[in-house]
Ligand binder design. Structure first.
Ligand SMILES: [Zn+2]
Length: 191
């Protein structure tokens, strides 16, 4: 949990981990979303792994990633983890399935669903990552499955992202995500 149930203050561990994140406007927007859902931050002890556990409402982050990975990676992994948060809140079945599982045993369906939700969340929060860029950050074959599900439900997901930070009067330095090259092909073919 991010906040004390009575005082409403953010937990000191949460605040310490939050300070380690880049000051990028999109990263901060995703962190604010986590806090609005009362999810706390902690430090992961599983090498390379970011883990969310619904019973603790805590996202354990792999700290070295915060200083070594590009912003696009941090944005996509935060969106994915927020996808898990929303899924677990909404789908008791997912909670039941994963209750006694180790993180390595989580079914692909639950991982895919978190990526699909994560993509819509980026659109909702007006974070400029288009489908091609998003799928590039995901391992195959999961990327194919995520792309297929997004396009099957909403073919317009393949549209290029129209929001541009400079339209909102923000300095160009916040548009670092735009540095990610757009692949020639925007994911798998339309179904
Ligand atoms: Zn996951």
């Amino acid at each position: 949990m991010a906040r004390h149930p009575i005082s409403g203050r953010l937990h000191p561990t949460h605040r310490a981990v939050r300070r380690l994140f880049p000051k990028n406007v999109y990263v901060q927007r995703l962190l604010a979303k986590l806090e609005s859902l009362n999810v706390g931050l902690g430090v992961s002890t599983e090498p390379g792994q970011w883990l969310y556990h619904p019973a603790y409402r805590t996202l354990w982050v792999w700290e070295p990633d915060l200083s070594t990975q590009p912003l696009s990676y941090l944005v996509v992994i935060l969106a994915h983890e927020l996808g898990h948060v929303l899924d677990f809140d909404e789908k008791p079945l997912y909670r039941a399935i994963t209750k006694d599982l180790h993180w390595t045993q989580v079914p692909d369906e639950i991982e895919c669903s978190a990526f699909v939700r994560g993509f819509w969340l980026l659109q909702e929060l007006q974070i400029p990552v288009d489908l091609g860029q998003y799928l590039e950050m995901i391992d195959t074959p999961m990327a194919l499955q995520v792309g297929w599900e997004l396009l099957a439900a909403h073919p317009w997901a393949a549209q290029p992202f129209t929001f541009r930070p400079w339209d909102a009067g923000l300095p160009a330095s916040v548009s670092l995500l735009a540095a990610v090259p757009t692949p020639a092909c925007a994911g798998p073919a339309r179904p």
